[in-house]
Design a protein around this ligand. Structure first.
Ligand code: SAH
Length: 246
């Protein structure tokens, strides 16, 4: 009797281990993604006074509900891919919190015929979200390994309207300028003048500005039709620093 009991417990334990080591199915990821979208909506409501809106654009939220974030995080963190928080992606870098990705994308206020520039490709997740919404996405990454990985990942996932370049994004991507919008996903001490120059009149830059590892301000920079620059602080945020030789 006792032996049977031990055998039963052994099989039960093995069953639990086997179950746990199976990766979630696509359906399970879908459910988690829908839950993540709900959490973003709740965060937006919670911060509505600061960000000046109660909800983000429908197309932005649809993109958040579509792009498989679990494909953009290291394999051992896939189970956490749809938690509303940043995650490490190696080389001391992080994939941003989904709420922040959604907010920054919304603030960029893009149209489907737009050409946008991203500085700080990282995992490629933000670029994929943008690729769902605009015609062309150019993205620059300074860490070669991350840039190469993101390039391969975006290709494997079928994104044909994203171009990744390895280099210092402080200087933008002159060859494809001017851009309708520019999104910087690393914190800079100031707004890089080359990026302002490569922005179309009527365009926007979204950028965290401040000291590394201290609270920074997410800034919305608008270039008026006459070329005048207007800036607005949106929200305190925490990003990894913009590095490079500038
Ligand atoms: N947008 C990314 C997350 C960015 S983390 C995503 O969706 O996953 C910030 C990224 O900016 C890091 O990968 C870092 O290497 C990169 N970075 C830092 N300084 C840079 C610079 N001067 N030019 C280009 N990329 C830079």
């Amino acid at each position: 009797m006792k032996r049977r009991y031990v055998t039963f417990l052994t099989f039960l334990a093995l069953g639990v281990v086997a179950f746990k080591s199976f990766p979630p199915t696509d359906e399970e990821y879908q459910v988690r993604r829908e839950h993540m979208v709900k959490e973003i909506e709740a965060d937006v409501k919670f911060t509505s006074e600061r960000i000046g809106k109660k909800a983000l654009g429908r197309h932005v939220m649809e993109a958040m509900g579509k792009v498989p974030r679990h494909e953009f995080v290291p394999a051992h963190l896939r189970r956490s891919a749809y938690e509303n928080r940043p995650l490490p992606i190696g080389y001391g870098q992080t994939i941003s919190q989904p709420y922040i990705v959604a907010l920054m994308t919304d603030l960029l206020d893009v149209d489907e015929d737009n050409v946008v520039l991203e500085i700080g490709t990282g995992s490629g997740y933000q670029a994929a979200i943008l690729a769902e919404l605009v015609e062309k996405v150019y993205t620059v990454e300074i860490v070669r390994e991350l840039g190469e990985q993101a390039k391969g990942r975006l290709k494997r996932l079928g994104y044909q309207n994203v171009w990744v370049r390895i280099g210092d994004g402080y200087y933008g991507w002159e060859e494809h300028a001017p851009f309708d919008g520019i999104i910087v996903t690393a914190a800079a001490s100031h707004i890089p003048p080359p990026l302002v120059k490569q922005l179309k009149p009527g365009g926007r830059i979204i950028i965290p500005v401040g000291s590394p590892f201290m609270t920074q301000q997410l800034m919305l920079v608008k270039k008026e039709k006459d070329g005048k620059i207007k800036t607005k602080q949106v929200l305190p945020v925490l990003f990894v620093p913009l590095t490079g030789g500038h």
